[in-house]
Write a protein that binds this ligand. Structure first.
Ligand SMILES: C[S@@+](CC[C@H](N)C(=O)[O-])C[C@H]1O[C@@H](n2cnc3c(N)ncnc32)[C@H](O)[C@@H]1O
Length: 812
C-alpha cells in the first residue's frame, strides 16, 4: 500500500505517528511482498511472474517465524471495508465477468487433532510463517465477511488483538453473495480455529490467519463449554453485531427465516445451534434434514431423518416428512433398493400420491440400469442439452481394480473376461463436474496458478477442489472414496484395492463441529492427478461450432480415475452430460489391463509433454511410444518439424501433387521400415494429400483420393475388413475383427469417413457411400453407445455441412 495513502487514512482515523511508523515497517516492506500475478498477463509475462513467485516463495520459506507487527484494528477494518465494498459494487453491477487469480500447489496444513486435545493460543503468542500445531485460536468476527479468492474478515481474540482471517474452500461460499455470507457468519460469530497458520498472504503485505480446510473451523455456540472462562476484552458484544438468540425456539425461527429465503446452509447452521442446546429438538432436526437435502448433503439428511423417524414421541406428520427425506437421500446416494423400500413405506400413508409413484418407478429404473448396464443413451444425450446433471445409476461391467506395480499409485483396471469392441465397461456419474457456464453465472471467475506445474489452471480446474471439499463436508462417509485415490509421488501410496470399505451407516453432519478432517493439500494433489478435462459430447458435436460456448470443463470421477494411460489405449471414455461411459475400442483378453488416453496428441514429443503436465513422471511404456523412441531422437525431431510445418499450412492445395508425395516420403522416412501400419503422424500427411486429390475430378484422382483416405484411417489404427481393397472387392464390412483407432478418439476418424461418404455421393456411388456411412455409424456407436438415432444426433451438424442428412436417414 502507498505510505501516503496510509498516512491520509490514519489521519482520518485519528491515529498517531508512532502508529504510522509501525505501519511503515509493514507497508514499505514491499521488497518482502510477493510478486504480483494478475489476470490479463500475456503467457510470457505469466511464465516470468510464476518463476519470480516461486523464487519469492522459496526465500520466504527460509525466513524464520517472527512476531507479527501490530497493525491497528482501524487500519485492518478500513482495508477490509474497501474489499467488502468492491464485492457489493460487483453484485450491484450488471456488467462483465471479473477474474481473480489465486496461487495453489504450495504446502498447507490441515488439522487432524480434535479441538479438545488442543491448547488455546492468542494472537500475541502467534508467529508469522508458522503453523501453530497443538493449539487453537479462539476468535470472533468484528467485520462482515467479504469474498475474494477466499472469504475474508477481521477477527479479534479475547485479548482484543485483531487480525485478518482468510478461509478457503468453505462450503457454499465459492461464489456466494454478501447476503449469504452475512447470514452464515453474522458479525460476532465465534470460531475456534484448529492449529492455525499465520502467514504472509499469497498476494499483498499484511499477515493473515489462513485456513485452507473448512474442517479446521469450528463454530462456537454461546453456551459452549469452551467459552466458560473466556471474557472478551473489548466487551461481551461486538459493535454492529446482530442480537444472537440463545434459545431453541429462537434458533428454529432464525433457521426457518433463512430456509424461506433459500439460504440452506445458514438455515442448517441455525438449526445446529438449536440442536446443540437440545439434541432432542426433533422439529429442528427434521428441518435440518430438509436443508441438507437441498444442499446435496445426503449423508447429513439420512442421519437426521433416520433419527427423527426413530423418535417414539414424534408426530405422524413430521415422521412422514422425515421418511420421505430419508427415501430421497437414499436415492441420491445411489442406494436404490433402500430408496424404493422407503418410498413404498411412505406410499402406505399416501397411496394416490403421484410423486411417490414416480420416485418408485425411478428407483426401479436405476436398479435395473445398475444390474444390466442398459441405458437409453439417445434420451440421455437429448436431456444433457438442457441439463448436464443426469439421473442415472452407476454400472460396473466386466472390469475390476487390480495391482499394476509399475504404474504410479500401483493400481489399474483389468478385464475380468474377454471383452469385445464397443462393450460397455463402466458408467459413472461425476462426483463433481463443472463447466465454465456454471462459473460465468457467478459474474466472477477464479483462476489458480499452480506452483507445481507452473501453469495457470482453467477456471473449472481452479474450482474443482472447492466443489469436492463441499461434497465431502456434507457427505463425510465419502471421504475415503476420494482420499483412496492416487495423490502423486509426495504422498504415501494409496491402498492396494479400491473402493475402500465404507462405514455401514452414514456419518452425521454438524457444521459447528465437522465430522471428518479434509486435508486440502492432499485433496489438491488428488484433484490434479485424477481430474478429466474434456468437453461433454453435447457441447462438442462433430462439425459446426461448439454449442454452449463451453471453453473449459472439469469432471472429477471416482472409479474412472483408476484407469491408467496408454497412447494406444484399448478403451475410450465419453461424457454425456455429467455421466461418463467407458467402452472397449479393441478386443481385450481376460486379466489384460484396460487403458484410456490421457492425451490424443499424434506426436511423441507433444504426448510426452502433455503426460508430464498430468504428472506422469515416468516415460510411457506403450508400444507406440517404445517404437517412437526406437526411431531415435533425430528422426523424432524431424517428424515433429514436418508435422508442425504441415499444421501451420506448409502444404497448400495450390501446390502440385508432387509436393505432397515428397512430403509424405520425407515424413515416412522418419519411421523405421520395420514398424507396423500404425503411424499417427502419417495420417495427417495422407489427409492433406486426400484433400488435394478431392479437387481433381478424374476417376484416377478419385481412386487415389480414396486410397489416401483409407491410409489416413489405417495409419491411425482403424481396422475394418477389406478396407484397403474395398475399391475392387466391394466387401467392406464391420466384423468381429474390426477395431477403433487406438491412437485417437472417434471424432477425427468419423470426420474423415463422412467426408469420404460425401465424395462417393458426389460421384453417385451410393453403394460405397452407404458402406462407409455404416462404418461411421459403427465407429460412433462403439465409442458412445446408442443406435442410428444417436449417431444422427451426434453427427447432425456435420451431416448438414456435408449435405448427408437425408441420405443418412434413408440408409441407416
Ligand atoms: C488417474 S491415476 C491412475 C490410477 C493410479 N495408477 C492408481 O493407482 O490410482 C494417474 C496416475 O497413474 C499413473 N499412471 C497412469 N498411466 C501410467 C502409465 N502408462 N505408466 C506409468 N504410470 C501411469 C501416473 O502416476 C499418473 O499420475
Amino acid at each position: 500500500m502507498d505510505p501516503n495513502l496510509v498516512r491520509d487514512m490514519m489521519a482520518q482515523l485519528g491515529l498517531t505517528s508512532s502508529d504510522f511508523d509501525t505501519l511503515r515497517g509493514l507497508t514499505s516492506s514491499a521488497p518482502n511482498a510477493p510478486p504480483r500475478i494478475h489476470p490479463g498477463m500475456a503467457p510470457d509475462e505469466l511464465d516470468t511472474a510464476i518463476r519470480n513467485y516461486k523464487k519469492w516463495h522459496e526465500k520466504d520459506r527460509l525466513i524464520p517465524p517472527e512476531p507479527a507487527p501490530h497493525i491497528p484494528v482501524q487500519i485492518l477494518l478500513s482495508n477490509h471495508a474497501s474489499a467488502r465494498r468492491t464485492q457489493e459494487q460487483g453484485e450491484a453491477s450488471t456488467e462483465g465477468v471479473y477474474t481473480r487469480m489465486t496461487i495453489s500447489g504450495f504446502p498447507k496444513h490441515s488439522s487432524t487433532v480434535p479441538l479438545e486435545d488442543l491448547r488455546l493460543i492468542t494472537f500475541a503468542q502467534m508467529l508469522v510463517r508458522n503453523v501453530h500445531k497443538g493449539r487453537y485460536l479462539l476468535c470472533r468476527t468484528i467485520a462482515p465477511f467479504a469474498r475474494m479468492s477466499a472469504i475474508q474478515t477481521v477477527i479479534e481474540d479475547p485479548e482484543g488483538i485483531a487480525g485478518v482471517l482468510s478461509i478457503y474452500n468453505f462450503p457454499t461460499a465459492f461464489h456466494c453473495s454478501t447476503k449469504h455470507l452475512d447470514s452464515l457468519f453474522p458479525i460476532g460469530s465465534i470460531f475456534a480455529i484448529r492449529e492455525p497458520t499465520f502467514k504472509m498472504p499469497a498476494q499483498g503485505t499484511d499477515p493473515i490467519v489462513r485456513v485452507d480446510s473448512p474442517t479446521d473451523i469450528q463454530l462456537i455456540g454461546a453456551h459452549s463449554t469452551i467459552l466458560h472462562d473466556v471474557s472478551w476484552r473489548t466487551g461481551s458484544r461486538v459493535p454492529r453485531s446482530p442480537t444472537m438468540t440463545d434459545t431453541v425456539e429462537g434458533w428454529k425461527s432464525k433457521g426457518n427465516i433463512y430456509f424461506k429465503n433459500s439460504l440452506w446452509f445458514p438455515a442448517a447452521v441455525a438449526y445446529s445451534h438449536g440442536l446443540e442446546l437440545d439434541p432432542n429438538a426433533t422439529v429442528l432436526r427434521a428441518n435440518r434434514a430438509e436443508a441438507y437435502l437441498r444442499m446435496g448433503f445426503y449423508s447429513g439428511t439420512l442421519v437426521d431423518a433416520r433419527r427423527v423417524c426413530s423418535d417414539p414421541g414424534v408426530s405422524n406428520t413430521i415422521r412422514e416428512k422425515a421418511l420421505y427425506r430419508e427415501a430421497r437421500a437414499e436415492y441420491a446416494r445411489g442406494d436404490y433398493v433402500e430408496a424404493e423400500k422407503r418410498f413404498k413405506e411412505w406410499q402406505q400413508f399416501h397411496p394416490e400420491d403421484s410423486d411417490v409413484k414416480e420416485w418408485i418407478a425411478r428407483s426401479q429404473a436405476r436398479s435395473k440400469e445398475r444390474r444390466t448396464g442398459v441405458y437409453n443413451w439417445t434420451r440421455l444425450f437429448e436431456m444433457s442439452k438442457s441439463d448436464v446433471n443426469l439421473d442415472v445409476a452407476d454400472y460396473q461391467g466386466p472390469i475390476e481394480v487390480s495391482r499394476f506395480q509399475h504404474r504410479g499409485g500401483g493400481r489399474g483396471i483389468a478385464a475380468t473376461k474377454d471383452i469385445t469392441v464397443g462393450e460397455l465397461l463402466l458408467v459413472s456419474k461425476a462426483f463433481v463436474s463443472i463447466s465454465s457456464d456454471d462459473l460465468k453465472n457467478a459474474k466472477e471467475v477464479m483462476v489458480s496458478v499452480d506452483l507445481i506445474t507452473s501453469k495457470a489452471n482453467t477456471p473449472t480446474q481452479s474450482a474443482v477442489v472447492s466443489y469436492v471439499t463441499e461434497k465431502i463436508y456434507g457427505n463425510p462417509d465419502l471421504h475415503d472414496l476420494v482420499f483412496g485415490l492416487y495423490a502423486g509421488q509426495y504422498y504415501p501410496p494409496p491402498p492396494p484395492s479400491y473402493p475402500p470399505t465404507l462405514p455401514c451407516d452414514p456419518l452425521p453432519v454438524n457444521p459447528l463441529s465437522p465430522t471428518v478432517n479434509i486435508d486440502i493439500a492432499q485433496l489438491e494433489a488428488i484433484c490434479a492427478h485424477n481430474q478429466f478435462n474434456s468437453i461433454p459430447l453435447h457441447a462438442q458435436p462433430l462439425g459446426g461450432v461448439e454449442k454452449d460456448n463451453i471453453d473449459s470443463w472439469t469432471g472429477f470421477y471416482l472409479l474412472p480415475a483408476l484407469f491408467n494411460h496408454s497412447c494406444v489405449a484399448n478403451a475410450t471414455w465419453t461424457c454425456i452430460g455429467d455421466v461418463m461411459a467407458i467402452r472397449a475400442t479393441q478386443p481385450i483378453k481376460a486379466s489384460e489391463e484396460v487403458t484410456l488416453h490421457y492425451t490424443t496428441e499424434l506426436s511423441y514429443e507433444k504426448r510426452r509433454q502433455m503426460l508430464q503436465q498430468q504428472y506422469m513422471i515416468t516415460l510411457c511404456d506403450c508400444w507406440l511410444c517404445r517404437d517412437d523412441r526406437a526411431d531415435g531422437k533425430t528422426a523424432l525431431a524431424k517428424r515433429e518439424e514436418l508435422v508442425d510445418q504441415l499444421l501451420q499450412g506448409g502444404l497448400r492445395r495450390s501446390q502440385p501433387i508432387s509436393s505432397f508425395r515428397t512430403f509424405q516420403k520425407n515424413l515416412s522416412s522418419t519411421y523405421a521400415v520395420t514398424r507396423g501400419s500404425v503411424r499417427p503422424a502419417m495420417s495427417l500427411a495422407h489427409q492433406a494429400t486426400a484433400a488435394k486429390l478431392s479437387d481433381r475430378k478424374t476417376l484416377t484422382a478419385f481412386k487415389q483420393y480414396v486410397e489416401e483416405t483409407i491410409k489416413a484411417l489405417a495409419t491411425l489404427g482403424l481396422v475394418v475388413s477389406n478396407m484397403e481393397t474395398t475399391q475392387s472387392s466391394q466387401t467392406l464390412e464391420v466384423s468381429e475383427f474390426s477395431r477403433l483407432p487406438p491412437t485417437i478418439s472417434f471424432h477425427q476418424p468419423t470426420l474423415i469417413i463422412l467426408q469420404l461418404v460425401h465424395e462417393y455421393l458426389d460421384i453417385d456411388d451410393r453403394l460405397n457411400a452407404t458402406r462407409w456411412l455404416r462404418v461411421a455409424k459403427w465407429l460412433v456407436n462403439a465409442a458412445v453407445g446408442g443406435d442410428s438415432e444417436l449417431f444422427m444426433l451426434i453427427t447432425a451438424d456435420l451431416l448438414d455441412e456435408l449435405y448427408l442428412r437425408e441420405f443418412a436417414r434413408s440408409v441407416l
